[in-house]
Design a protein around this ligand. Structure first.
Ligand SMILES: Cc1ncc(COP(=O)(O)O)c(C=O)c1O
Length: 368
């Protein structure tokens, strides 16, 4: 092996700077760091950006997916379709609600839910489906919506990888009933950790304001305004009710301050990522063994990562050839562009373990 010094390529690096710092300065000056007016402002501006009637800010996409399912009050033990390749949260959100995840195989080319397998897995006790736009590659939503409608399934889009993306001219996150976004550090835009629930069905997601805030029906900063306002706007400003079992899932003003700045850069960051992916695609186009992971359609979507699949025949615990190959070269790095070098087949053991957490033996295995 060459003893040339190796270049360290950081897998993800968020693009943050002066704009975020400036917003944070305002938060520090007001000294209101918790759930506050900036969360409301971010929710409003995100709704405008995405074209949704309502958005609810939470502290992760995991929380967003959990609460999106909670909004429906599905009967315990009902089934929810999730793709076999995704991050654990897509399935754990189902379990948090005492529901059963049913794993749907993925299409080998797009790695998104195979809609034929989805239809095969629908049973009378199936209540919802969570399509995941993996890596930013859109699930064919018009087809999925048709199937979901025919079977009266709620559609919750897991948009953890595709903030700012479109499919056929319509925003990802606005095709289904509810869209859930992640603003975790490594995602298309970040608030450190954070997430957003969006929908046009305001009556469906409005109650989630209480669910994300331990069940409390009034925001603290609105109550606190009663103590300081000259007119004492509301006599019982200090009073609140807890009428649902909620969670401590709220977004806070520190996150929202960063999010408001990041949102303004999101289209630019997505365009830059597309540019970098175009460069990777160009670089590997004549390679016989290295192929792109996804059928990148850069003009349509907002891709979050670039990857190459590993040949299962060459699977090994040692770093793959491709890793060494890339470490020796100057890959474009920031703003956030990522290279994923290994994608495994869905692990049926892991799926079964997940399902057994709450519902032993309830899960049809989807992969040999
Ligand atoms: C597909 C998918 N869904 C949900 C999540 C959860 O996001 P968060 O970290 O914001 O909870 C992730 C995180 O990586 C993800 O990849």
């Amino acid at each position: 092996m060459s003893d040339k010094p190796r270049m360290q390529v950081r897998l993800f690096k968020p693009s943050v700077g002066e704009e975020e710092l400036e917003n944070l300065r305002g938060v520090f000056e007001r000294a209101w760091l918790g759930l506050g007016p900036l969360v409301s402002q971010f929710e409003k501006e995100w709704s405008e950006y995405i074209g949704a009637k309502m958005s609810v800010g939470v502290n992760s996409a995991t929380a967003a997916l959990h609460l999106a399912l909670t909004a429906y009050h599905f009967p315990r033990g009902s089934k929810v379709l999730v793709p076999a390749i995704t991050f654990a949260s897509t399935a754990t959100a189902v379990l948090y609600n005492d529901l059963v995840p049913v794993f749907v195989d993925v299409d080998p080319v797009s790695l998104s839910m195979d809609l034929n397998d989805m239809e095969r897995k629908i049973t009378p006790d199936c209540v919802a489906v969570i399509p995941v736009h993996l890596g930013g590659h859109p699930v064919p939503m018009e087809k999925l919506m048709e199937i979901a409608k025919a079977h009266r399934l709620a559609v919750i889009e897991d948009c953890a990888h595709c903030a700012g993306g479109f499919y056929k001219g319509k925003r990802l996150g606005m095709w289904g009933d509810i869209g859930c976004f992640s603003f975790e550090e490594k995602k298309s835009m970040t608030t450190g950790d954070g997430g957003m629930i969006c929908s046009d069905q305001t009556e469906l997601i409005e109650p989630l304001h209480a669910h994300r805030w331990i069940g409390i029906d009034k925001d603290t900063w609105k109550r606190s305004a009663g103590y300081t306002s000259q007119e004492m706007l509301e006599a019982r400003h200090w009073y609140y009710e807890i009428s649902v079992l909620g969670y401590k899932y709220n977004m806070n003003d520190v996150m929202a301050a960063i999010g408001l700045a990041q949102m303004k850069k999101l289209d630019r960051m997505n365009a830059r990522r597309a540019e970098i992916i175009r460069r990777y695609l160009d670089g590997i186009k004549d390679c016989k063994t290295i192929k792109p992971l996804l059928p990148y359609e850069l003009e349509n979507a907002a891709y979050w990562l670039f990857g190459v699949p590993r040949d299962p025949a060459r699977q090994t615990h040692h770093p793959p050839e491709e890793t060494r190959h890339c470490h020796g070269r100057a890959l474009p790095a920031a703003p956030p562009a990522s290279v994923v070098l290994a994608v495994r087949r869905p692990d049926s053991r892991r799926q079964t373990t997940l399902a057994n957490l709450r519902h032993p033996a309830a899960l049809p295995r989807s992969d040999p």
